[in-house]
Design a protein around this ligand. Structure first.
Ligand code: GL1
Length: 142
């Protein structure tokens, strides 16, 4: 069987935005007096923003407007990090792997739960590398 396509996760695979997600969730958690560790964060990989907040709350419930406001606040913290991302932030080996795969005629895709995936890809200048980007806007169940 020949390989025809590769689908990559984005955060923590193509670039280390997983760390920025962690710091942003951690900041929100600290401000709201919620316990949140790096270990807790591991369980959020590939999990959407809303589901991440639900897991952070560990059973605690919030009025809908507060829930939305907390998600927005976390996203504001995260988006501030994105301004500093450059192609230098591609993880080691990524550029070469993608370039060689493309040259071999293999289709490349991104499968990310993040609604910021397109921005991250743009900042990394990888727009033309991927044939398709599935992100937090294009799927219902991440
Ligand atoms: C969401 C979550 C992040 C992370 C990504 C998937 O991103 O908030 O913590 O789990 O999905 O890598 P975003 O907020 O950018 O839609």
């Amino acid at each position: 069987m020949s390989i025809r396509a590769f689908i990559f996760d984005l955060d923590g695979v193509i670039t280390d935005t997983a760390e920025y997600h962690y710091r942003s969730w951690k900041r929100l958690a600290d401000e709201e007096g919620l316990e949140f560790t790096r270990e807790d964060n591991e369980a959020l990989r590939g999990v959407s923003r809303a589901e991440s907040l639900r897991r952070l709350l560990k059973g605690k419930t919030l009025p809908e407007d507060v829930f939305q406001a907390w998600m927005t606040r976390k996203n504001d913290y995260y988006v501030a990090y994105l301004d500093d991302i450059t192609p230098e932030d591609r993880l080691p080996g990524v550029t070469r792997f993608l370039t060689e795969a493309r040259a071999a005629g293999i289709k490349l895709g991104i499968g990310s739960a993040s609604k910021n995936a397109q921005t991250v890809i743009d900042r990394l200048e990888l727009q033309t590398m991927f044939d398709v980007i599935g992100d937090g806007y294009s799927v219902v169940n991440s």
